[in-house]
Design a protein around this ligand. Structure first.
Ligand code: FAS
Ligand code: PHB
Length: 389
């Protein structure tokens, strides 16, 4: 097989890049080691920045998101019983769209079907060869068949556990990592959201987040110990703990119900530099991870795709390489700002096991400053709705 761009990974990064490339007539083949159903079975992000929704529009995949997504002009921040709203719209002129990553991925797959884009699932033993040459190629297996794709470029969109990042020789890359001493226990329930906007809650018992997917599908998270397993938490125990972490006024409105999904995600900040090696370009979780507190994971994958799409469009149209040569630096400049915001918001809202009395006073002072200073709220809002690409 031969294509212009071999995309490793059929998650949101790979699918969005493939859809954008198709708008410029650039051919690609997408490989994923899982089945489509497995990919669509993942429950992950829920909030889209304006840059992401603009990209979906540019890719011609925004119709359902515009119909079914919820535009949120703000969010509630609570600290114990105190609560205040950050008005994104008033502070920045922008809002966010609440529309699950699962639905984004579904829309991207259906759009790819409409253009008969080649997507190979259940691809095993994917190996990227000669990435530092002008003629890279990818080998892989499907069943007992050994296959090979000749290409001009490889896009590594295969997430944190993929093969792309480690294709770059260890002495040519540098990792930066912070592992948080807690995780998020997430529950999905067919219940109405507790509030019309998201509630980010910090309490003496730890962090909680009240989110949603639609008017009868709610997504809740509570900070949990890394030693916890989903099966350690009954639904009743989860709902009781969530009620203890959000303001009483919200808890009184909470409609509980059976969990239809329950999972624990560890929290980490991670960046691997550079995001390019020869003709291999890393996008999304393959290059960086953020704690989900600031809803930046999926959204930073989108800005990577935007920069790479611009560079590849120029390269295939003119042979010029200024766009792909500047890709890693441009993408990392925005990645690190997302890392900073995600680290700041996670440090502000979670309880840390080794927190001193002074640390607690610093959190309370930071919350008080955010609550009382419009400049602090504007800075937070600008990061949350998405910094410019
Ligand atoms: P993905 O990991 O989504 O996709 C990578 C794809 O590559 C997968 O389909 C995988 O099967 C495939 N792949 C892997 N190895 C391969 C190989 N060797 N060969 C071929 N294919 C391979 N972000 C938020 O903003 N908010 C959240 O609440 C949130 N919650 C999350 C919860 C969890 C448990 C996880 C893991 C992440 C969460 N994220 C969240 C971040 C998440 O949304 C990612 O940022 C987003 O999935 C990034 O998309 P991709 O870069 O496409 O990577
Ligand atoms: C979600 O709805 O899954 C979600 C929303 C906002 C976040 C993290 C997760 O910051």
């Amino acid at each position: 097989m031969r294509t212009q761009v071999a995309i490793i990974g059929g998650g949101p990064s790979g699918l969005l890049l493939g859809q954008l490339l198709a708008t410029r007539g650039i051919d690609c083949i997408i490989l994923d080691r899982q089945s489509r159903d497995h990919v669509l079975g993942r429950i992950r992000a829920g909030v889209l920045e304006r840059g992401f929704t603009d990209l979906l529009e540019e890719a011609g995949v925004a119709d359902r998101m515009k119909r079914e997504g919820f535009v949120h002009d703000g969010a509630l921040i609570s600290y114990g019983e105190e609560a205040f709203r950050i008005d994104f719209k008033a502070l920045t002129g922008h809002a966010v769209t609440v529309y699950g990553q699962t639905e984004v991925t579904r829309d991207l797959y259906e759009a790819r079907d409409r253009i008969a884009g080649q997507t190979i699932h259940d691809a095993e033993d994917v190996v990227i060869h000669d990435a530092d040459s002008n003629a890279p190629f990818v080998t892989f297996k499907v069943g007992d068949q050994s296959l090979r794709i000749e290409c001009d470029v490889v896009a590594g969109c295969d997430g944190f556990h993929g093969v792309s990042r480690t294709t770059i020789p260890a002495d040519r890359r540098q990792a930066f990592e912070k592992v948080y001493p807690f995780g998020w226990l997430g529950v999905l329930s067919r219940t109405p959201p507790v509030n019309h906007e998201l509630v980010y809650a910090s309490s003496d018992r730890g962090f909680a987040l009240c989110s949603m997917r639609n008017t009868n599908l709610s997504r809740y998270y509570i900070q949990c110990d890394l030693s916890d397993r989903p099966e350690d938490w009954t639904d009743a125990a989860f709902w009781q703990e969530l009620k203890r972490r959000i303001p009483a006024a919200q808890a009184a409105n909470l409609v509980t119900g059976p969990s239809i999904e329950k999972s624990i995600a560890p929290l980490r900040s991670f960046v691997s530099e550079p995001m390019r090696w020869g003709r291999l370009f890393l996008c999304g979780d393959a290059a960086h991870i953020v704690p989900p507190t600031g809803a930046k994971g999926l959204n930073t994958a989108a800005s990577d795709v935007h920069y790479l799409f611009e560079g590849l469009t120029q390269f295939f149209a003119t042979g010029q390489t200024t766009g792909i040569d500047s890709y890693s630096a441009r993408a990392l400049a925005r990645v690190w700002k997302a890392e900073r915001f995600s680290w700041w918001f996670s440090s502000l809202m979670h309880r840390f096991p080794d927190q001193s009395a002074f640390d607690l006073r610093m959190q309370q002072a930071e919350i008080a400053f955010l609550r009382s200073h419009e400049s602090a709220q504007r800075a937070m809002a600008e990061n949350y709705v998405g910094l410019p690409y």
